[in-house]
Write a protein that binds this ligand. Structure first.
Ligand SMILES: [Zn+2]
Length: 434
């Protein structure tokens, strides 16, 4: 009996390893086998090189294919030996790092599992090449542009940047059938007319302004439909469609035009989850794409799954909103009821992100964190509390007697709670959440 159940368990484990391809199993593989250990926004070129050393040791092909403006090496990873050529590139915008880590984890898992049936099938069907961190100079200082101050993604025709020239050369010399252009979008982008962040947005990129359909474009829609179905198991409601506007100088649009139809993946934000969770979502999406292309099930997906995605929407979300507080103007000691909306600037995780007041008054946008400040007077350390100023806020319970005009109010009348740089540095929990 015991022998039999051991056998059954063994068979089950074998089956799981052989066909471990469901989204849940992909997520589990990532949990167990991912090697990226830094938050993507903290990753620099030196860290990428360490990751790539790891891939080399596993036996992957990793080649320097060019240099950035500041002479930093740009690498290409290759895996598989199949006829269908898939090309991916990440971080052409230096401050958009999530997919770089996902690519490292993807190649690690593919190579570690190369003897598994599912990985063999992918290797036989496709050859994958990827450039992680196309813009290492921008990544080094966490800015969008390259060292020349040029947005590489507007350089597809001018080719003034070494990074842009390299990207075009890698495409032209290899002529891949599918391209993946991997970015990050504003974390406060909403999925349609909802209060949900668009954690992942897709765009199947046309090759002309007239949006002429093609077989490759239709196939990419079905691949995206498969990725949506996979991600829906983890982040339902948080998947959206990126703005479909023809940008004549952008690489995605021109790749499609030149014969490599592109899928754009934009990673957004997801309140309450860290950057690594979004690495995992990228991993699940990309592995799903490889799976459905390799086993042919891509054909079973309907493009309408993609077409019915809600559109990316801006101006719906803020990081923090305080509702119904009384905002004190220290100069006059007058108070006025108002909501305060605060957004956090984008920074590396290791750096402090400034919190800025973005709106004061009646705010219709939703805060990812919402507080009921109706029992509080609010004073700005930076006066006055107005859009564009740092959100350094002191909270006083309404029933306290405060002389708002004293020179050092924080010392004379210690606040009940203080919000600084987007965090409670005193009195966390005093102002109730809504
Ligand atoms: Zn971008």
């Amino acid at each position: 009996m015991r022998f039999v159940s051991t056998l059954a368990l063994g068979a089950l484990i074998f089956a799981m390893q052989t066909f471990s391809q469901t989204p849940a199993q992909l997520a589990e593989i990532w949990d167990k086998e991912h090697v990226t250990n830094k938050l993507p926004s903290n990753l620099r070129h030196q860290d990428l090189k360490l990751y790539l050393d790891g891939l080399l040791k596993l036996g992957l092909k990793v080649n320097e294919v060019g240099r950035s403006n500041a002479n930093r090496e740009i690498y290409q990873i290759e895996w598989g030996k199949g006829p269908l050529k898939i090309f991916l590139w990440s971080q052409m915008h230096g401050d958009e790092p999530t997919a770089t880590s996902a690519l490292i984890d993807m190649f690690t898992v593919l190579e570690k599992n190369r003897d598994q049936e599912w990985a063999k099938r992918i290797a036989e069907k496709v050859t994958i090449r990827a450039v992680p961190m196309l813009n290492p100079d921008g990544a080094e200082v966490f800015i969008r542009r390259n060292l020349q101050g040029i947005d590489i993604n507007r350089d597809a025709l001018d080719l003034k940047t070494p990074e842009g020239r390299l990207l075009k050369q890698l495409r032209d010399s290899w002529q891949p059938e599918i391209g993946f252009n991997l970015h990050n979008q504003q974390a406060l982008t909403a999925a349609g007319q909802t209060d949900k962040q668009a954690a992942i947005s897709f765009l199947v990129v046309y090759g002309d302004e007239a949006k002429t359909p093609s077989d490759g474009h239709e196939r990419n829609k079905r691949i995206v439909a498969a990725m949506i179905q996979a991600l829906n198991q983890f982040i339902p409601g948080h998947i959206a469609r990126y703005d479909d506007e023809w940008t004549p100088t952008a690489f995605g649009d021109n790749f499609s035009k030149w014969g490599t139809p592109v899928i754009l993946i934009e990673t957004g934000g997801l309140h309450g989850k860290d950057e690594m969770y979004l690495v995992k979502m990228n991993f699940v999406a990309m592995m799903t794409a490889l799976k459905v292309v390799a086993d042919g099930t891509e054909k079973d997906f309907s493009p309408s799954n993609y077409e019915y995605l809600p559109s990316n929407s801006g101006r719906r979300l803020m990081n923090i909103v305080f509702r119904g507080g009384t905002v004190i103007d220290v100069a006059t000691a007058a108070g006025a009821a108002a909501d305060i909306g605060i957004n956090l600037e984008r920074r590396r995780a290791a750096f402090v992100a400034p919190a800025m007041v973005r709106a004061v008054g009646s705010i219709s946008m939703r805060g990812l964190d919402e507080y009921d400040a109706s029992n509080f007077h609010i004073v700005g350390r930076i006066q006055p509390i107005k859009p564009g100023n740092f959100a350094e806020l002191l909270f006083y319970k309404r029933d306290r007697q405060i002389d708002w005009k004293v020179p050092d109010i924080e010392k004379e009348f210690p606040p009940d709670a203080i919000l600084s740089l987007g965090k409670w540095i005193k009195g966390a929990g005093v102002v109730p959440k809504r």
